[in-house]
Structure formats: C-alpha cells, structure tokens
Design a protein around this ligand. Structure first.
Ligand code: C2E
Ligand code: MG
Ligand code: MG
Length: 593
C-alpha cells in the first residue's frame, strides 16, 4: 500500500522543536555556582542547564564543559563557590518558541554561529522557559529527515506519490518470498491506459499529468491496504495482490478497476473518457521469478490491447513474451526500412446499407528477423519518440499507393485506401508536398487516398493546421479523424476543418448493444456527423450484435473482425473476391456474412 498523503506531506514539512525538547530543571539567575556544579555532578548526561529570572524567562545557559572545566583548576571551588551562576552562564542563548520548526531553528543556529549547536537552545512557550534541546539531537533529526527525503525521492514517483519501479521490485521480491513460505499465491496486474497519448497530444502534458494523478487515486481506491499500487513509467501502473485465493479473485478485482474507470473523469474542468487494458499473472502458477511474472502480466496486457482494449486478460501458457529491450528495438527499427522488413496489411471497410466493400485501411506490420510479425503496438511509440516514424510514414504512404495501382493494373476495381498519419509526420513542412509527389509518382487518383489523422493534431497552432488541411483537401485526398472520441472531443472545432469522415474508436463499439452510454455517445456523434455531412465509420465491429447496433445508431460504414482481420495484400485480394462472389451469387444480407 502507498503512504497516505498525510504521511507524505509530514515528511516534507518540518516538525517543530517540541520533538527534541528535554525537560531540564532550570537554575535561577541568583543561584550559587556550587549548587549548579552539584547538579552537573549528579547528572553526568546533562549537557547544559538553562538559567531563568524570577519571572521564568530564560536569561542564559550554562554549558557543562565550559563550566565544569572552570572548577578543575586549583582553588576555584573556594574562589567561586558563592558567586552567582549568572556570572558563569553564556548570555544571549538561542531561545525559540515551541512552535518553531526544526528547519527554522537550524537556520537560526547556523546564522548565529555553530557554537550554539554544541551548547543547545532553549524552548519557551509564551516567553517562559519550558525545556531545552540539544545540538546533537538536532543534527540527528536533520540527518534522519534528509535520509527519509532521499529514500522517498528514490522510491516514490514524484507525480503520483505511488511507489516507483525500484520500490515495487523490492515489494514484489518480498511478497514472493512470503508467499513461498506461506504456500500462498500472489497476483500481478499490469495496467496500461488506452490511448493515453491522445490526451497528452491534444491537451498537453499538464493535463496528462492530472489524469495520471487521478488514475493513481482510483487504482489505490480499488486496492486493499496490503496491496501495492506502483507506477512503472508513463501510463503504466502495476499492482501486487498478496494472498490471492485464485484467478477468480483477480478477475473480480480487474472488473472493479475497469468499472471504476467508467465514471466520468473531470480533469481541469473537462470531462474525458478513459479506459485501461489489464494483464494479469500469478505466482507460483505462471512464474517463480519476479521478472518473469512481470513479463507474463505484460504479455497478457498486450493481448488485452490487441483484443480491443478496455479489457483484462490473464496470462496463459504460450502467450508471446515481448521482453524487448528498447535500445535493441530502436537499433533494429533504424535498419528495418533498408532491410525492407515492413509490410502493409489491409482491413476492409463495408457499407452498413448493403454490405458492399467501400475501402480498406492500410495497417503496418514489421517482419522482425527474430521476433516474427510485430503489430504497431510494439514499435509505433518508439518510432514516434525517435522520429523514425517520419521515414516509416513516408514508406507507408508510398507503399499503399503503389499497392493500390498494382491492384488496378491487375484488373480490380479501385477501392479507397486509408493510411494512418502520425502527428510528427503531419507537422513536417514538406508533408503536403510529399503526398502530392507520391500521387504524381504513382499516378494514383487522389480521391482514392484517405489520410487518417488524430484529434491531437488539431489542438496546437490551429491556423497552420487549417492551412495544411485545406491544401490536402485541394489536392483531392480525403481526410478522416481516427479513434474519434478518445481524445478531448471538442466537437465544435470540427467545423473549422475540411474533414470527410469520423472513425469512432472501437472502445465505444465493444459490446455496444448492452452499453447504453456508448450507444448514446455513438448516436450523438452520428447526429453531429449528419449535420456536418461527415461520413461515420465504426471501428472494431466483431459481432452481429455490434454490427446491428452501430447501424441503428447511425454509422454509415464498419470495419472489424466481423468482416475480416487485417490481411496481407495477397490474402486481401482472395478475401475480396470470395466476399464479392458470395454477395452477388446469394444476394446475401449483412446478417449472413
Ligand atoms: P487504428 O488506426 O485505430 O487501427 C485499427 C486497429 O484496430 C488495428 O490494429 C486493427 O487491427 C484493429 N482492429 C480492427 N478491427 C478490429 C476488431 O474487430 N477487433 C479488435 N480487437 N481490433 C480490431 P493494429 O493494426 O494493431 O494498429 C494499431 C494502431 O497502430 C492503429 O490504430 C494506428 O493508430 C497505428 N498504426 C497502424 N498502422 C500505422 C501506420 O502505418 N502509421 C502510423 N502512424 N500508425 C499506424
Ligand atoms: Mg486508423
Ligand atoms: Mg482507429
């Protein structure tokens, strides 16, 4: 469990000097030296004695060493015994009120000279003496707090106050050790937010940070006191669930988490939708080592994402592990274009009205020499971070246009191809020119090319964005907004842009027939699309129920596994021929597809 906020803020805020206060009986300024000497002799641990006047106000302090030394010399006792202690005390001692913080008193002492650190200081309340504090204790306290601060910095995530990767690894190792002794099980949840990047892109990092803080709170709210919720990096969270009975218990927790994400997120005065994908693994069933357990939960999380996000998945034997060290992946990615390792897959889009194929989306795949066929989830983020996406994106546009032409030359009717464009690519000043020259080079009819953009691209430097979009539109290519609804959808901005289509994100489509909120969202988007003469595509349609419902809600086109998974160009052609033959010969209804 994480430290409660109160504890955290106490750690950062200095306690008061009360913490160091010792109750030492003060001497009176008129007391005789000898009596004070006797007190020191009786109390060998007494480092100093405060001196007060008749009102109880401190007037000085007697330092043990200075004072006792005076009496070691011959005849001093006889000479000084009857003198008043006020003659031997250090005047102007440091006097602070009980409410003074330790940080403040440290500053006072440093400013006044370090000898006060040795003697100590006097604590008062309403000006009257109440106790004494020792410089040694003060130093100890400062050191300890420094160490706590350093420990905190090293072990906690500064943004969310959750344990970080280091502390998480430590807790996990300990939890597995305990479980081994108790013969119990430990569950691990790997949680990754869906489309989080869209928020960062569209609303800026400050907004993204607020979302992460809110997510941290909701996750903590779903966990028990003994569980650990940690932030690994970016939008990745992880949970250690100790003493878990069985997989069903993990399932209940996953459902609770996904449920908790559903209620509206009000961030900086705006309502946003947010979902997460969760992968789970269990000790000792799935793995005996911490790192292996993490890899397996991570693999399950990827499967949940692949399955359409907003879902959880348990690790099952044989799931692919992606223990990718990012450096190697980045190096491989640099070489991938030269080595011709990328390939485009195509996924058909069909019309709701009559089931005819109206186009396809080109989706990139990477034939990695050792890791096999990788989907974008494993490399697009790195390609974007490193800027490699610009070269990759150029390759994609060109390859899609060339493939389109190859199909036409082979005698097929032209179909529109949609290509995904990354923000970095879009912001290149040469972007429009690049598209124009690919069209010229390949001879492709511009209206057969559609560019899929994301909402985030439209949030900054709007005037320039409008200019680029108009130029693209003038070229004759079509423009679509992908994953619509997942960023901050300020619908009014759409009016300014020459957009042709909206693609509703699949998180709204999944199980839509039984999710009234999603149905309402899709209906609202559909009404808006109609008033603006935009076409509407529903993504991720997997079942007949989803197909029927998105049709009822006003979508014009559909894309999803219900019709076909993304296919290689050869397989796409086979699928297309088979589908069209079936449609023509049987006059099939969509229901039968
Ligand atoms: P997207 O553009 O929203 O593409 C749709 C994704 O949903 C594809 O995943 C597709 O395989 C998947 N999908 C389609 N129908 C279904 C369904 O019925 N059920 C489920 N569960 N999933 C379905 P994919 O190919 O893994 O691509 C993921 C994302 O990667 C794309 O999302 C797109 O944002 C990005 N991407 C793909 N190709 C490119 C590219 O060439 N350039 C850039 N910049 N991004 C790309
Ligand atoms: Mg797309
Ligand atoms: Mg999409």
């Amino acid at each position: 469990m994480t430290l409660p906020t109160a504890q955290i803020s106490n750690m950062n805020q200095s306690p008061t000097v009360k913490l160091l206060m010792r109750h030492v009986q003060p001497s009176h300024e008129n007391d005789a030296c000898l009596s004070v000497l006797e007190i020191f002799q009786e109390n060998p641990n007494l480092f100093a004695i405060p001196v007060v006047n008749s009102a109880g106000t401190p007037v000085g302090i007697v330092d043990r060493h200075l004072f006792v030394e005076t009496f070691i010399k011959p005849y001093t006792r006889e000479l000084y015994a009857k003198r008043k202690i006020s003659e031997f005390m250090v005047e102007n001692p440091i006097v602070v009120d009980m409410g003074t913080t330790i940080d403040d008193v440290s500053k006072i002492i440093i400013d006044a000279g370090m000898q006060h650190m040795v003697i100590g200081f006097i604590i008062t309340q309403n000006g009257l003496y109440v106790g004494l504090a020792n410089g040694h204790d003060l130093l100890n306290e400062i050191m300890q707090r420094k160490q706590e601060g350093l420990f905190y910095l090293a072990h906690y995530d500064q943004l969310t106050n959750l344990p970080n990767r280091l502390l998480f690894m430590d807790r996990l190792t300990r939890a597995l050790g305990d479980a081994l002794r108790k013969k119990s099980s430990v569950g691990l949840l790997f949680i990754d937010l869906d489309n989080f990047k869209n928020f960062n892109d569209s609303m800026g990092h400050g907004f993204g940070d607020q979302i992460l803080i809110a997510v941290a709170n909701r996750l903590t709210g779903c966990a028990r006191e003994i569980d650990t919720v940690a932030r690994l990096s970016g939008d990745e969270f992880i949970m250690i669930i100790e003493d878990i009975e069985n997989q069903n218990a993990l399932e209940t927790l996953c459902e609770r988490i996904l449920d908790s994400m559903k209620s509206p997120w009000e961030v900086m005065g705006r309502n946003v939708f947010l979902t997460a994908s969760i992968g789970t693994s269990m000790f000792p069933k799935d793995a005996s080592e911490p790192s292996e357990l993490i890899l397996k939960a991570d693999a399950a999380m990827y499967e949940a994402k692949r399955g359409g996000r907003n879902a959880y998945m348990h690790y099952v034997e044989g799931m692919r592990l992606y223990s990718m060290d990012k450096m190697t992946l980045e190096n491989d990615l640099r070489l991938a274009i030269e080595r011709n390792e990328f390939q485009l897959f195509y996924q058909p889009q069909v019309s709701v009205d009559n089931g005819s194929i109206i186009g396809m989306e080109a989706l990139i795949r990477w034939n990695h020499p050792e890791r096999g066929l990788l989907t974008p989830i494993h490399f697009i983020e790195i390609a974007e971070k490193t800027g490699l996406i610009i070269a990759i994106g150029k390759w994609v546009v060109k390859e899609a246009c060339q493939q389109h032409q190859r199909w036409i030359w082979a005698g097929n009717n032209p179909l529109r191809i949609s290509v995904n464009i990354s923000p970095l690519q879009f912001y290149q000043t040469s972007f429009c020119e690049d598209i124009r020259s690919v069209l010229a080079e390949t001879g492709m009819e511009p209206s057969h090319l559609e560019l899929e953009l994301t909402e985030g691209m439209f949030m900054h430097n709007i005037d320039n964005v409008v200019k680029v979009l108009n130029e693209l539109h003038d070229l004759g290519v079509l423009l679509a907004i992908d994953d619509f609804g997942t960023g901050y959808s300020n619908l009014s901005y759409l009016k300014r842009f020459p957009i042709d289509r909206l693609k509703i994100d699949q998180s709204f489509v999944r199980g839509i027939e039984s999710e009234t909120t999603n149905m309402e969202i899709v209906r609202t988007i559909s009404n808006l699309a109609k008033t603006m003469s935009l076409e509407l595509v529903a993504e991720g349609v997997e079942t007949a129920d989803e197909m029927n419902t998105v049709g009822d809600c006003g979508c014009d086109f559909m894309q999803g596994y219900k019709f076909s998974k993304p296919l290689s160009s050869d397989d796409f052609l086979l699928w297309r021929n088979e589908y069209e033959t079936k449609r023509e010969s049987q006059h099939i209804q969509l229901q039968a597809i």
